[in-house]
Design a binder for this molecule. Structure first.
Ligand code: G3H
Ligand code: 13P
Ligand code: ZN
Length: 326
């Protein structure tokens, strides 16, 4: 058996202090998902250049894809890159949508500083039992834990749900009290992926349920809330994908103003995956269409990485408000 890796030895921090500062400062910490080297480089370079704290977020399937054994070394290298740029931004490594105690423990033992245990598909009681079990282990290693109440529509790693169920504010106090989770993901109208709403022609995107968020804030004053499914599905990238041979019909996301409003509230962590995927795909499609003889991966992955850096700096600066807070 290999000995456990401590996240502190990878140069990482847990999310406690990040969230406390975000709560006090009225901004949100970005949690960007990654699967490969170029995405990881783009996230840390974009956050270092905009001086933003960052949560590097990895789903269970992304961890398999990147190879669980390699991942901690990739992240350690990314932290070293940031420090070599003269940046001291805090960096956390977080498991996204963990679905079992065993997976959460394995991540904690291999250098993750934060884990999500997503029991949102279980009964309230089972969700609390599983979350409390993960919290007990995680806290013994000073690792922070995100729980979830309410179900988002769309794909959450390998679990997919047709319909969303908004978080029931009457459940949040008991959940937090009995589990001791450090933050709570809630469902207020966002969903995963690039097709967040089915709109009729001319119909506007429905607003998020800020009324539910406000009731939760009243029940849990000063407690960090997490927003999943928060990509804006940038029309510029969707159009580019469609123009260069892609087929993404009726892709629609969360408008930036809604995210800005959320970031100023108790929402301390905003999850973004799809926007990064769209940005890279758009650039790669354009290059393939315009230069069909190109076959050096650096010539398309490099510009895709540059576009992701640009997107991340833009989000940190104009949407989450985390730029300059690192
Ligand atoms: O919430 C899900 C994330 O976007 C991760 O997606 O399981 O395809 O890595 P994934
Ligand atoms: P998006 O699909 O909106 O990027 O959401 C990502 C997410 O919530 C990851 O957990
Ligand atoms: Zn999610």
């Amino acid at each position: 058996m290999t000995s456990p890796t401590r996240y502190e030895d990878l140069g990482l921090v847990n999310t406690k202090e990040m969230f406390a500062k975000a709560m006090a400062g009225g901004y949100a910490i970005p949690a960007y998902n990654f699967n490969n080297m170029e995405q990881l480089q783009a996230i840390v370079i974009g956050c270092a250049q905009s001086s933003s704290p960052v949560i590097l977020q990895v789903s269970g399937s992304a961890r398999k894809y990147a190879e669980a054994k390699m991942l901690p070394y990739m992240v350690k290298g990314a932290v070293e890159l940031v420090r070599s740029m003269g940046s001291s931004i805090p960096i956390a490594l977080h498991l996204d949508h963990g679905d079992s105690f065993e997976l959460a423990k394995d991540c904690i033992d291999s250098g993750f500083s934060s884990v999500m245990i997503d029991g949102s598909h279980l009964s309230f009681k089972e969700n609390m039992r599983l979350t409390a079990e993960v919290v007990q282990y995680a806290h013994s290693k000073n690792v922070t834990v995100e729980g979830e109440l309410g179900v988002l529509a769309g794909v959450e790693d390998e679990v997919s749900s047709e319909k969303s169920h908004y978080t029931r504010p009457e459940e949040v106090e008991e959940f937090v009290k009995k589990t001791s989770a450090d933050s709570l993901a809630i469902s207020i109208g966002t969903s995963h992926g690039a097709h967040k709403f089915k709109l009729q022609p001319g119909e506007a995107v429905p607003p998020l349920r800020f009324d539910i968020l406000e009731t939760i804030e009243q029940k849990l004053p000063g407690y960090p809330i997490v927003l999943h499914g928060a990509s804006s599905v940038t029309p510029e990238h969707v159009d580019m994908i469609n123009r260069y041979g892609g087929k993404l019909e009726s892709a629609v996301g969360i408008p930036a103003e809604q995210l800005r409003r959320a970031a100023k509230s108790a929402v301390c962590k905003i999850n973004i995956d799809s926007d990064g995927r769209l940005a890279m795909t758009a650039v790669i499609r354009k290059i393939f269409a315009e230069k069909p003889s190109e076959f050096d991966p650096r010539k398309y992955l490099g510009p895709a990485r540059d576009e992701l850096i640009r997107l991340i700096k833009e989000k940190n600066t104009n949407v989450l408000g985390s730029a300059g807070k690192g």
